[in-house]
Write a protein that binds this ligand. Structure first.
Ligand code: KG4
Ligand code: ZN
Length: 367
């Protein structure tokens, strides 16, 4: 007779809160992966007229949104605070005033409801986000426990190299476990998404402009403008994007400035395509170097810039023998599901915080 399955463990449900930049987000995630709700209140329209995030406006919007967003996340999950095994919150890195809203709110609720509190690193959560919302892990292997009936969040975790590329970060890391992260390289100046946003502004494409540049690049000639591939000739896994942005600005001037560019559709598309080709070349070459140096054959690409079509196409073509995982679009950009998901591993490892928890705006991943 086949052995009877053991008793089902109670699912571990966590309410995650994210407020590090310009998105107020809350989500309920079960057992580190299964998303019961994922609510994001974006402030993009508030900041668009300033061409970037204004910290004071962002903090105030978080204050207004945090309660309704958390209430909505619980309601959509059909759950109450009492059903949560813990509360999780982004502690850093990010804008101090924005982080403060999330951390102080989470501390107050955790204390009042006697819930464990978990502090999560925003970029580590991006690196983890390939695992969110899946019944199979990012590499296509089933996560369904085989017979034991346990719901261990560590089940079948595979080591991988991960890129976190967004408006705030460009990090390359070896992820040997959700909490076992070795930073291999970061940007020395602008983040790649920041460079996208800056060139979009130079080209009159609005804010945030990464998606607009991506769209125009699809119809352009990537070889027309010879833009640099920063840090490619150098050894190492660091990035730099500010020189590329300056080279783009020079080309805009040569073409007669932003007004002239706005009326020259061909030049605009070709310039976007040339910029995108430079970014993609650098990101893929560095990722390839990291894969070679670590001996790993799995790559995860996460963060807002992982939405980029040109990058996704190139990843599929240019890395033979490497399994590439990209999160679902809603888990690429800032969200709280990745915070709640990673928090499950912190909780399993007894890494919780007390009411003395403070924000860490410049929190490095290795510290
Ligand atoms: O992860 P995210 O929501 O926030 C940060 O942590 O920064 O990423 C937002 C960034 C913005 O810079 C935006 O322009 C960029 O992601 N982005 C893109 C695309 N979609 C969003 N960049 C390039 N191509 C895209 N399709
Ligand atoms: Zn982010």
């Amino acid at each position: 007779m086949p052995p009877r399955p053991g008793p089902e463990k109670e699912p571990v449900r966590i309410l995650g809160i994210e407020s590090s930049c310009d998105e107020t987000a809350a989500a309920v995630v079960e057992d580190g992966r299964r998303v019961l709700s994922n609510v994001v209140s974006s402030q993009v329209p508030l900041h668009a007229r300033y061409g970037g995030v204004v910290p004071e406006i962002a903090s105030r919007a978080h204050l207004e949104q945090i309660v309704p967003v958390c209430e909505q996340a619980l309601a959509e999950a059909n759950a109450r605070l009492e059903d949560m095994a813990a509360l999780a919150v982004t502690r850093g890195p990010g804008l101090a005033g924005c982080l403060l809203v999330g951390v102080e709110f989470a501390k107050a609720v955790a204390t009042a409801r006697r819930l464990p509190l978990v502090a999560v690193h925003h970029v580590a959560a991006h690196l983890y986000s390939v695992n969110i919302g899946r019944t199979h892990d990012a590499w296509g292997e089933s996560l369904t426990p085989t017979g034991s009936g346990t719901r261990d969040p560590e089940t079948r975790n595979q080591p991988y190299v991960a890129l976190a590329i967004s408006g705030g970060h460009t990090s390359l890391a070896a992820v040997r476990g959700p909490l076992d992260i070795e930073v291999l390289g970061e940007t020395l100046d602008d983040a790649v998404g920041e460079a996208y946003d800056k060139v979009a502004k130079l080209a009159g494409l609005g804010y945030p402009g990464g998606a607009a540049v991506d769209r125009l690049a699809a119809g352009g000639n990537p070889s027309r403008f010879a833009l640099p591939r920063p840090m490619l000739a150098r050894e190492g896994l660091e990035f730099s994007f500010s020189g590329l942005k300056t080279a783009f600005a020079r080309e805009v001037q040569k073409l007669g400035g932003p007004e002239a560019l706005a009326t020259d559709e061909r030049a605009l598309a070709d310039l976007c395509a040339s910029f995108q080709a430079a970014c993609v070349d650098v990101l893929i070459a560095k990722a390839e170097r990291a894969l070679r140096s670590t001996g790993l054959n799995r790559l995860a690409v996460t963060g807002g810039v992982a939405c980029n079509r040109g990058l996704r196409d190139a990843l599929a073509r240019r890395l033979p023998g490497i399994t590439v995982a990209v999160p679902e679009l809603e888990y690429c950009t800032d969200n709280a599901a990745m915070i709640a998901g990673l928090a499950c591993h912190h909780l399993a490892a007894d890494r919780t915080s007390g009411p003395e928890l403070n924000v860490k705006p410049g929190w490095g991943m290795g510290s």
